[in-house]
Design a protein around this ligand. Structure first.
Ligand code: PLP
Length: 403
C-alpha cells in the first residue's frame, strides 16, 4: 500500500542529515557535557555549536537559547516564567482563543492562581483585530502571548505589527512559533519578539528536543530547579544528541527554506485547486494568503471529517482533523469554533499539512481518491440529499455499518 504522509504539523520525519549528525552522540560521544574530562569535551562543544545554529535561524544570540524537552515545556516556561517574574508589576495577560492547548492550558492555569487573562477573538478567516488587542492592554498587562502560526489552519498572525504595539507599551511579548520556525523566515529582533518557542519534531529533528528563545534582559523563573544547566534557567543533564539534531535541523531549515517554500506552496495549491475542482461544497478554513505554506484546512460539507480520515488512512494517506492532541475526541476544534465556522463544517474539516518529502504524485493520488470517498459519504447524508434532490443511498450505509 502507498504511504503518503500529509500530517507534518503533527510531527515530521527525521531528516537524514539530522540523523547522521546526532548518531555519534548516542554512541561514542556519550559523555556528560558538564564533565571536565575527555568524555565531556566533545558533547559540550557540540551543544555550544547547536546553540549557535538555533540562534542563527532566529537572528538571535546563542546565549538567548534555552533547550527544553518539548514545545509545551517551552510555552509553560515562557508564560509561567514571565508571569511569576513580573508578578509585582501586574497580573494581566493577553492571548487569543485559537492558541495551542499548551498556551491555552497554561493561561487557564494562571487564571486560577490570581492572574487575569484576556482571550482575544478572531474573525472568520482566523485573523486578529489589532485594535481589539490595543484596547485590551491595561496598565496591569505584563505579558502578551500570541502564536506565530496556527497549527490547525496555518493562519499567520501579523507578528511584526503586534511586536511594535507591544514594544510601545513596554510589555513582554512571547510567541509560540512551533508551526512557524523552519517554514517562514523569522527575525526576533526585527519583529520585537522577547520570547519564542520552537519544537524540534516539527522541523525534521526528533521528538524530545525543543528550544525557547529568551531575549537578553528578560527574566524567566525556571520550571525545573536543580542543576546549573542552561545558565540556571532549566536544570537537568542536557539531551546532547537531541540538541545536536535540533541545531542541524535549524541549519538545514535556513539553508533550504527558500527552495522548500516554493516546492511545498506549489503542492499545497495544487491540492486545494484539484480538490475544489472535483468536489462541490468545499470550504477553505483560514485566510487564503496569510498562512504558512504547508497547511490546507478544508471542510467537505455533508461528509464527516473523522470518517474521511479513516477512509484516507485505508488508502495509506495520513492527514488529521483539528490538532493531533485533540483528534480522537468528537469535540469540534476550538480554533474553528472561535472562527465562527458552523458546527457542521467544523465536523467535516480535514487538515492536510505537507512536508519536504511530498511529491506531485502524492498530491495527485489524494485528488484521485478523495472525491469518491466524499461522494460515498454524502450519498448517506439526508441533509445533502435534501439540498441536491438525490435519494439517500441506504444500501451503502447499511453495508458500511457492518465493517
Ligand atoms: N504549539 C503549537 C502551535 C503546536 O502545534 C504544538 C504541537 O502540535 C505545540 C505547541 C506543542 O509542541 P510539543 O508537541 O513539542 O510539545
Amino acid at each position: 500500500m502507498k504511504r503518503i504522509y500529509l500530517d507534518n504539523n503533527a510531527t515530521t520525519p527525521i531528516h537524514s542529515e539530522v540523523l547522521d549528525a546526532m548518531l555519534p552522540y548516542l554512541k561514542d560521544e556519550f559523555g556528560n557535557p558538564s564533565s571536565i574530562h575527555w568524555a565531556g569535551r566533545k558533547p559540550r562543544k557540540a551543544i555550544d555549536d547547536a546553540r549557535e545554529q538555533v540562534a542563527k535561524l532566529l537572528h538571535g544570540d546563542a546565549s538567548e537559547i534555552i533547550f527544553t524537552s518539548c514545545g509545551s515545556e517551552g510555552n509553560n516556561l515562557a508564560i509561567k516564567g514571565v508571569a511569576e517574574s513580573k508578578r509585582d508589576k501586574g497580573n494581566h495577560i493577553i492571548t487569543t482563543k485559537v492558541e495551542h492547548p499548551a498556551v491555552l492550558g497554561t493561561c487557564k492555569y494562571l487564571a486560577k492562581t490570581g492572574f487575569d487573562v484576556t482571550f482575544l477573538d478572531v474573525d472568520n478567516q482566523g485573523m486578529l483585530d489589532l485594535d481589539q488587542l490595543k484596547k485590551a492592554i491595561t496598565p496591569k498587562t505584563i505579558l502578551i502571548t500570541i502564536m506565530f502560526a496556527n497549527n490547525e489552519t496555518g493562519v499567520m498572525f501579523p507578528i511584526e505589527e503586534i511586536g511594535k504595539i507591544v514594544k510601545e507599551h513596554n510589555i513582554t511579548f512571547h510567541t509560540d512559533a512551533v508551526q512557524g520556525v523552519g517554514k517562514v523566515p523569522i527575525d526576533v529582533k526585527k519583529m520585537n519578539i522577547d520570547l519564542l518557542t520552537l519544537s524540534g519534531h516539527k522541523l525534521y529533528a526528533p521528538k524530545g528536543i525543543c528550544a525557547l528563545y529568551v531575549k537578553r534582559g528578560i527574566r524567566v523563573v525556571p520550571l525545573i530547579h536543580g542543576g546549573h544547566q542552561e545558565r540556571n534557567r532549566r536544570g537537568g543533564t542536557e539531551n546532547t544528541a537531541g540538541i545536536v539534531a535540533l541545531g542541524k535541523a535549524c541549519e538545514i531549515a535556513g539553508r533550504d527554506m527558500a527552495e522548500e517554500v516554493k516546492h511545498i506552496t506549489a503542492l499545497r495549491d495544487r491540492l486545494e485547486k484539484g480538490l475544489m475542482e472535483k468536489i462541490t461544497h468545499v470550504r477553505r478554513n483560514g485566510h487564503p494568503t496569510k498562512r504558512i505554506p504547508n497547511t490546507a484546512n478544508l471542510s467537505f460539507e455533508f461528509a464527516e471529517g473523522e470518517s474521511l480520515l479513516l477512509n484516507l488512512d485505508m488508502k495509506g494517506i495520513a492527514a488529521s482533523s483539528g490538532s493531533a492532541c485533540t483528534s480522537g475526541t468528537l469535540e469540534p476544534s476550538h480554533v474553528l469554533v472561535a472562527m465562527g465556522i458552523p458546527l457542521e463544517a467544523s465536523h467535516s474539516s480535514v487538515r492536510f499539512s505537507l512536508g519536504r518529502g511530498n511529491t506531485v504524485e502524492d498530491i495527485d493520488y489524494v485528488i484521485e481518491v478523495l472525491p469518491t470517498m466524499v461522494e460515498r459519504m454524502r450519498s448517506m447524508s439526508p441533509l445533502y440529499s435534501t439540498i441536491t434532490g438525490q435519494a439517500t443511498d441506504i444500501s451503502f450505509s447499511e453495508s458500511n455499518c457492518s465493517h
